[in-house]
Design a protein around this ligand. Structure first.
Ligand code: BTN
Length: 318
């Protein structure tokens, strides 16, 4: 109902009378007043003038579902959005929603996470109102072995969106660290529910440092604001990321993984470099020569042999 009230106030762009709104939504004036109060509590500045009605003066700088959906224009992604002011981890919420049958494209977004999860068991710092923290549920018809390609897809979509909204060229360090000036701007944690040869659903968790101030205790991290020297609209950026993911996902469904891999190559900063990969299987050092169709990194070791790694922590040696 609140979404519908906002839609009317936005459409009108001037005062909308209480009578007009309550009639068109078939609710009482009292119920309308209650919804207006709730919208105000979530940060909307709604002016009420006797005999004139209500006007939307300002929207909050929050990633609220109604704001994200406004002018988004997607057909699949973010039709269904769950918002939390604070949550332990959006990935955990999305995993539960996935098990309960949430539709493909469902987004879980939070203003802060108290137990944000990073890759390889690390934590993800999620200061309130500063970054973008969301998880997306996808149900691609693929095998679990192909799922890393979807993470590569999302990392490219993020770089495209950053370029469009902020005009800066973020790069991807294999598999999906988003870098700016060789420092970590964001990351993706994909979790999977699957049987041996079929994915039930993927939860793709995205964390991005947007308006964070310089964090001296995390010298290897960077935010968009630090680079652009300007406050970045988290809302515009999040919307553009969702639009790009939808486009790239449709391309993947039509053309398969080669389209994703080619796009990833454009943004990667790993190929051609000497790298050290640390994984559960130990260390591997060599030149990152290419990426395989399943998203694995192909490394030529010093003996000239090509080895493939599917997961791990990469250090660029030079
Ligand atoms: C990484 O280590 O690079 C991945 C970081 C992923 C963080 C995001 S924030 C939203 C989602 N929820 C989580 O708990 N983690 C992911």
């Amino acid at each position: 109902m609140q979404d519908k009230i906002l839609e009317i106030l936005r459409r009108k762009n001037e005062y909308a009378s209480g009578e007009e709104i309550s009639e068109s939504l078939k609710i009482s004036r009292q119920a309308l007043w209650k919804h207006i109060q709730e919208l105000r509590d979530s940060g909307y500045d709604i002016v009420a003038v006797p005999h004139l009605g209500y006007q939307l003066a300002a929207s909050p700088d929050k990633l609220l579902p109604a704001e994200i959906k406004h002018n988004l224009g997607t057909k699949l992604i973010a039709k269904n959005i769950s918002f939390f002011d604070a949550v332990p981890s959006t990935n955990d919420v999305a995993l539960n929603m996935g098990i309960e049958g949430a539709p493909e494209g469902t987004v879980v977004v939070a203003e802060t996470q108290t137990k944000g999860k990073g890759r390889l068991g690390r934590s993800w710092s999620s200061p309130k109102h500063k970054g973008i923290y969301f998880s997306l549920i996808l149900r691609p018809k693929i095998s679990p072995a192909q799922s890393p390609v979807i993470t590569l897809l999302v990392s490219s979509s993020i770089c495209e969106a950053i370029k469009e909204v902020c005009g800066v060229e973020a790069k991807i360090k294999w598999p999906n660290d988003i870098l700016l000036q060789n420092k970590k701007l964001g990351g993706i944690l994909t979790e999977i529910s699957a049987e041996t040869d079929r994915v039930h659903f993927l939860v793709i968790g995205v964390g991005l440092n947007v308006n964070n101030e310089k964090n001296l205790s995390l010298p290897q991290a960077i935010s968009l604001k630090e680079v652009t020297q300007e406050h970045v609209s988290r809302l515009n950026l999040m919307q553009e990321i969702l639009r790009r993911i939808e486009q790239d996902y449709l391309t993947f469904q039509k053309e398969g993984s080669s389209a994703v891999i080619n796009r990833w190559r454009e943004y990667n900063s790993t190929l051609g470099k000497r790298v050290k990969v640390t994984s559960d299987n130990g260390h591997l050092e060599g030149i990152a020569v290419d990426i395989d169709s399943d998203g694995g990194l192909l490394i030529r070791n010093d003996a000239g042999l090509i080895r493939k790694v599917m997961a791990g922590d990469v250090t660029h040696c030079r």
